[in-house]
Design a protein around this ligand. Structure first.
Ligand code: ADP
Ligand code: ADP
Ligand code: ZN
Length: 214
């Protein structure tokens, strides 16, 4: 089962991707998580990526594509995977398709988690991210039982720098310009499935499982 998650920043891609990964026992691959881990570890890639991320811009395709294609060639991806936050541009989608075609494979589903812009700023201002394990909470919709401490690893939860309202606006503009065209791209391939992302997160998950088990 190979799945691409689409949707605006804050639509709930990561939340759903983690639930799908747990239920179907496939790896969850988040480019945002990979970049943040590199920033935390002070790598050259992290240093370069941060310049773009802090401005709400996309990290250039040259720094992103090979990283993901390499990851997909690892052993644990043989039974499938969920891509969260990649592809985000048409060239990334084309590079992914080319890499899959080389192996005689193709993407199975592109799931668009649909949430209007009006809801996004609120989602983002309430998002809290764990500085230790990357777990994601929401102060209203999905609070940690331990306040501003992660339930899973005990590290502190923070508002991400790029979740400040000004940067969120920029990310939404970038989303509409560069990422939304992927909806047409995967519609043309006949694999696009849209779900209403404004529902409760468990209802969104139910809608996704219905698609995957249809
Ligand atoms: P969100 O889940 O809120 O959409 P992510 O964690 O997916 O945010 O991504 C955070 C930032 O990392 C993005 O705003 C962008 O700068 C960078 N990024 C993540 N994935 C990609 C990608 N596929 N291409 C380019 N930049 C990316
Ligand atoms: P993305 O990966 O698309 O950027 P996240 O999964 O990180 O989005 O979700 C963004 C924020 O919204 C998080 O704080 C998350 O807990 C919360 N969230 C996710 N899904 C829902 C939902 N269906 N209803 C309300 N809040 C949600
Ligand atoms: Zn944690």
């Amino acid at each position: 089962m190979k799945i691409v998650m689409l949707g605006a920043p804050g639509a709930g891609k990561g939340t759903q991707a983690k639930m799908i990964a747990a239920k179907y026992e496939v790896p969850h691959i988040s480019t945002g998580d990979i970049f943040r881990a590199n920033i935390k570890n002070g790598t050259e890639l992290g240093r370069k990526a941060k310049e773009y991320m802090d401005q709400g811009l996309l990290v250039p395709d040259e720094l992103t594509v090979d990283l993901v294609i390499d990851r997909l060639s690892q052993e644990d991806c043989k039974k499938g995977y969920i891509l969260d936050g990649f592809p985000r541009t048409i060239p990334q989608a084309e590079a992914l398709d080319a890499a899959l075609a080389k192996r005689g494979e193709k993407m199975d589903y592109a799931i668009d988690v649909d949430v209007p812009d009006e809801n996004i700023v609120n989602r983002m201002s309430g998002r809290r991210a764990c500085t230790g394990c990357g777990a994601t909470y929401h102060i209203v919709h999905n609070p940690s039982g331990k306040g501003d401490i992660c339930e899973t690893c005990g590290e502190v939860l923070v508002l991400r720098d790029d979740d400040q309202p000004e940067t969120v606006q920029k990310r939404l503009t970038v989303y509409h310009d560069q990422t939304q065209p992927l909806i047409d791209y995967y519609t043309t391939q006949g694999i696009l499935k849209a779900v209403d992302g404004t529902q409760d997160m468990n209802d969104v998950f139910t809608a996704i499982t219905k698609i995957l088990e249809a």
